[in-house]
Write a protein that binds this ligand. Sequence first.
Ligand SMILES: *Cc1c(COP(=O)(O)O)cnc(C)c1O
Length: 439
Amino acid sequence: MDQNAQNQTWLNRSLAAVWHPCTQMKRHETLPLIPIARGDGVWLYDMDGHRYLDAVSSWWVNLFGHNQPRIKAAITAQMDQLEHVMLAGFTHQPVVELSEQLAELTGLGHAFYGSDGASATEIALKMAAHYWRNLGLPEKNRFIYLQDSYHGETMGALSVTDVPIFRTAYAPLVRENFAVQSPDSRQAQGEQTAEDVALCALQDLERVLTAHHSEIAALIVEPLVQGAAGMAMYHPIYLAQARILCDQYNVLLIADEIAVGFGRTGTMFACEQAGIKPDLLCLSKGITGGYLPLAAVLCSEAVYTAFYADETAKAFLHSHSYTGNALACAAALATLAIFKDDDVIAVNREKSARFSEIFAPLAQHPRIQNWRQCGMIWAFEISDVSPNFATECFVAALKEEILLRPIGNTLYFMPPYTMTDAEAQFLLAGTLNALEKCW
Ligand SMILES: *Cc1c(COP(=O)(O)O)cnc(C)c1O
């Protein structure tokens, strides 16, 4: 069989055997799947040897490129020691070291582990409600979330997620919570600044808190950038003031840094830019550099203490089989070591400024609106495009050797931090060419 026929076979076998995520499978009658053979740095290589610049970090998980030697070596070394042991009643070196390091980085503690981001959201929501129950306030069991929020797609997470395509079909299964106005700075009208929009959104938050605080366990937010909303960015004053309001109304603050943590917004964690600490912090995605599924929820001492008692029922009786998986923890430790050894946050600060200069022709383009940047995220909207723009742009970008995945008419770059200036130039040129074909 020639290479082409062989690849066709892989595609057909995949369509026959695999239910691909977030996909109307029938569309693959016309839109081909891409069989990826290997990755290296920012590049993914398909079975024909075509390459694609991974400008979305493989759904926002990859930080230091594919085939990263240090993470690979750490997983391999761990494999020779211990691959996995149940974490109830047992512990191991990688999980202890990772928990200590995460505590030092966040000022929170007692890391509780899950696998994917959605499991971190579930853990945080359950922990918040159970916290109030342990304090004798079981009626505080609802949540406030921002409009256009995304916190994952399991049922608890969906109850605080406001993206219709993910939620509508399952609405009857999902408990009602309280949505409040998003501080999304794209809403600014006329003379309004991003800060004005944030202050206005805070009034809506205070209105809901005033009316319902006695039944509210927590406010959950994606700090600084609402990713699935189309990289909606907002002013840090929202977080600073929301922290004050939560304290005032006896409501916990959950920061979902699943997408924005680990340097994506320019600081190690986005909350740092508002000078606040949440009560519960959700981490996943970049935590293992994109190598293995791992999620963690860190909490304040007050939360932890509320569960520490003689009664079993006061404990957080939640578990996943792979909680604290040793290989995933080893990958996370290697990821944190890269941050430290390579001074990633400082290096990225200069890098993102350089990339912004490289991308300037997009910022100035007449068809482009709301050009924005936060750390290692760049995003913009394109006006007057067809309803199929996202797919058309995805296909046109692949022809330019670029993996882009627009959200509606929002295009964004969220590349691995290791992208070079030359690769950024390549990304710019290819994006402009792709846009020429689909706008
Ligand atoms: C991706 C994401 C999640 C869900 O993580 P999964 O690993 O896909 O379950 C939750 N919150 C935010 C902000 C995310 O970006």
